[in-house]
Write a protein that binds this ligand. Structure first.
Ligand SMILES: [Zn+2]
Length: 462
């Protein structure tokens, strides 16, 4: 089939299934759209705010889940963040389109979308910088061009240079030993960051995110960590150098899933740049300190990549439909990537859930921890791995696991208390960042499901 016919058919199909309007959404319009989607799909969505911008605008998130507002054990949390740079607006519009699409297709019983929404908790923050957006949009209306107008927040700060720098610590630890994950925040971190950054940090600490993408513009490429090079500045100059994480092959695959499902990103030549496969290590492109993507990886269990989605940071309204068609499949496939590797429960002998237990994979110097419900998620490429679960006062347990290309493999751990009772508290190099393991009473899944079904049936459609 010729490309032209295929595009025509796609457009036709699209018109039939998702009658959405393509326009730029100012703040009030964005809020209305989020609530509109929620009203159309009240049982599988929730709108919540993670905080406010400098000018007091809410940072609204739209959540998709079969139990909105509830973490179901073994169901991973995933997020999209758009418009962190206020003048890079395509991500914001694509996330609104995605929200309408997920809702429509869920209502149409599209099996792929139903499975995604029922098996995943998806959080969509269309704009992390609503104040910057308003400045950029107003400039656009008055035809004031300027590459950077509206990029920063209302205090003039670039939010993607505003997260605590944990790279310096990890590069030190890689050489000298020390924690390889969940690096602690500086004591006075709240005074060092902007309100939008603080809201996002509190958000990503409160939910056990597994996978994320952060949507930007100004290039077309999928960018993966690290963003900061090992020697960020040498005699005043920023040093560009490939700076891989211990999960480099996995990150490359995640980036490629996006670039190859995207209409043209994978071709590599875009906006006058060339990136093989349409992907790049952040630091090998240009070194950036205090970015959000590295912070996610170093402070939480979340694997985040940065998607640069358009040459023009503020594309004309007429471009939005083509952009949506170019990104739609990629946005869905990337969400589906959260279902790979291994996951499971970490419990003690009495089936109490162990929170903050550490899951290490031999050969990958980056651990993950179990969340508040005792469940953990470890994204891995297909292969055979030696995996160890540890928790203070418990004996470690090691298993060999073969991971296939499909669904994640379920690997539960049941740790035995160490005997004799553990010596005075000392944290090993791999212990969780909060250094504690809290047993939690397990509520049998069936009973919990039933309880939630009851809640669900009592809900009144809005
Ligand atoms: Zn940007």
């Amino acid at each position: 089939m010729s490309d032209l016919v295929s595009i025509f058919l796609q457009l036709l199909l699209f018109k039939l299934v998702a009658p959405v309007t393509f326009r730029h959404h100012r703040y009030d319009d964005l809020v209305r759209t989020l609530y509109k989607v929620h009203n159309e799909c009240p049982h599988v969505t929730r709108v919540y705010s993670i905080g406010r911008s400098v000018k007091g605008r809410h940072l609204y998130v739209l959540e998709f889940s079969d139990y909105p507002g509830i973490h179901e054990p073994l169901e991973p949390e995933v997020k999209y963040v758009g418009n962190m740079h206020g003048n890079e607006v395509l991500g914001r519009e694509l996330l609104l389109q995605l929200s309408e699409f997920l809702c429509e297709e869920f209502r149409n019983r599209n099996q792929r979308i139903v499975r995604l929404v029922e098996g995943t908790r998806i959080h969509i923050l269309p704009s992390m910088n609503p104040d910057g957006y308003e400045v950029a949009a107003a400039a656009q209306d008055r035809d004031i061009s300027g590459y950077l107008v509206g990029r920063n927040n209302a205090n003039g700060v670039d939010l993607n240079r505003n997260f605590p720098d944990l790279n310096t610590y990890i590069y030190y630890n890689e050489k000298n030993g020390g924690p390889n994950h969940h690096l602690p925040l500086p004591d006075n971190w709240k005074n060092q960051v902007e309100p939008e950054t603080q809201a996002v940090i509190q958000w990503i600490r409160s939910l056990n995110f597994v996978l994320s993408a952060n949507l930007h513009g100004g290039a077309v490429v999928a960018n993966y960590p690290y963003d900061k090079s090992l020697e960020h500045r040498v005699r005043g100059f920023r040093r560009t150098a490939n700076t891989p994480t211990p999960d480099d092959t996995l990150f490359q695959k995640l980036a490629k899933v996006y670039s190859y499902a995207h209409g043209w990103m994978h071709q590599g030549w875009n906006c006058g740049d060339y990136f093989p496969d349409g992907i790049t290590n952040g630091a090998s492109w240009y070194s950036l300190s205090k970015g959000m993507q590295d912070f996610n990886y170093l402070h939480t269990n979340c694997f985040e990549i940065t998607l640069e989605l358009s040459c023009d940071k503020f594309p004309r309204q007429e471009e939005l439909q083509r952009e949506w068609l170019g990104n739609r499949e990629a946005l869905i496939q990337f969400l589906e990537q959260v279902h790979q590797g291994i996951k499971g429960m970490v419990r003690d002998e009495n089936y109490n859930n162990l929170v903050d237990a550490v899951i290490s994979v031999s050969g990958i110097n980056h651990d993950v921890t179990s969340g508040d419900h005792g469940d953990y998620f470890r994204l891995l490429l297909p292969g055979t791995y030696t995996v160890t679960a540890t928790a203070p006062k418990f004996d470690p347990e090691t298993v060999s696991v073969t991971v296939g290309p499909g669904e994640p493999k379920l690997v539960n751990f049941q740790l035995k208390r160490s005997t004799p009772p553990a010596a005075p508290k000392r944290r090993g190099p791999n212990s969780g960042h909060r250094g504690r393991v809290l047993p939690k009473k397990v509520q049998p899944r069936a009973a919990r499901k039933k309880e939630m079904m009851m809640k669900q049936s009592q809900r009144v459609p809005a």
